[in-house]
Design a protein around this ligand. Structure first.
Ligand code: C2E
Ligand code: MG
Ligand code: MG
Ligand code: MG
Length: 286
């Protein structure tokens, strides 16, 4: 239970770890200050309907505009934000900002927000989600929360109840990076997801490797039977897109279409795109 709470866990400390530890404390202090100064910014990557080719949602991806280090990618600070617990406050800011921005879009396009398992340690997570929706006026069916399998490993009472309450709000739940964690099919039975996002590592070789292609095909078949949509993540090439079309994946996301972009670029992209597919809000809420 306390596994992810850094204060409560012992660490064996070797002298050579001291420098690293100092660096971490320094970075942590900078993160705190950066949050105060508004240095964290959400970028948005479009997710397209495979059949229609229209944008169905955007995934919010956080970056840090660091005063001296430049634009820092999330993998360089999310782990520290998680181990220090700062992710709770940062995550709350992200939720609130993403909903606020999406509510300004002229079409009912979805917004996907990544949730760290550490955020589920916080008893107020669901309240924050509810608050972000209320403050922004965003329809709950437009918010998609992306979680990873590691969250479900412990399947604690707290996680279970948070998931149930989130579903009751009417938001959608996506399992992110599917296939890389400790995938257990019982997760798919015990938790109902609206979407499965197939990890980029499968996408990479899907057009070249018969094995990877068959794995994705099987996931799609399973998803369909369980009434979940499927997203192929990390689509970079025409042949990967063709594969997604042929195999009936619902949505695609990747550099083939666009990288994550700033909010103003999103507004421009939406303005110039004429066709949008209405969200097919699944009947799984509550
Ligand atoms: P993720 O949620 O799986 O996000 C997808 C990552 O793949 C993003 O990297 C995206 O820019 C990248 N990507 C998308 N399409 C392609 C492609 O075609 N090729 C390649 N090579 N990469 C592609 P990013 O933005 O660096 O984020 C990395 C991870 O950091 C995310 O993985 C997510 O786990 C975490 N993260 C990002 N933003 C947040 C956030 O707001 N909260 C939390 N808790 N985690 C976040
Ligand atoms: Mg994600
Ligand atoms: Mg992912
Ligand atoms: Mg990933």
């Amino acid at each position: 239970q306390a596994k992810l709470e850094p204060q409560s866990s012992y660490r064996v400390f070797l002298p050579e770890m001291k420098a690293e530890k100092d660096d971490q404390l320094q970075l942590e202090a900078e993160m705190r200050a950066g949050m105060e100064r508004g240095e964290f910014e959400l970028y948005y990557q479009p997710i397209y309907g495979t059949a229609s080719g229209a944008i169905r949602s955007f995934e919010a991806l956080v970056r840090w505009n660091h005063p001296t280090r430049g634009l820092v990618p999330p993998l360089d600070f999310i782990p520290l934000a998680e181990s220090s617990g700062l992710i709770v406050r940062l995550g709350r800011m992200i939720l609130s900002e993403a909903c606020k921005v999406a509510a300004t879009w002229p079409k009912p396009i979805g917004i996907a927000v990544n949730l760290s398992p550490v955020q589920f340690k916080d008893a107020h997570l669901v309240d924050y989600v509810e608050q972000a929706l209320a403050e922004s006026g965003l329809a709950p069916g437009r918010l998609d929360l992306e979680i990873t399998e590691s969250l479900l490993l412990e399947a604690s009472h707290r996680v279970q109840s948070a998931m149930t309450r989130l579903r009751a709000l009417g938001v959608r739940i996506t399992m992110d990076d599917f296939g890389t964690g400790f995938s257990s099919l019982s997760n798919l039975r015990n938790f109902s997801f609206d979407r499965l996002k197939i990890d980029r590592s499968f996408t990479r070789d899907v057009a070249a490797s018969l094995e990877d292609a068959e794995i994705v095909r099987t996931i799609v078949r399973l998803s369909r039977a369980l009434r979940m949509e499927t997203i192929l993540e990390g689509v970079e090439t025409e042949s990967q897109l063709t594969f997604a079309r042929l195999e009936g994946l619902t949505e695609v996301q990747g550099y083939y279409y666009a990288k994550a972009m700033r909010a103003d670029a999103v507004a421009a992209l939406i303005a110039e795109s004429s066709q949008f597919v209405e969200l097919s809000v699944t009947a799984s809420a509550a």
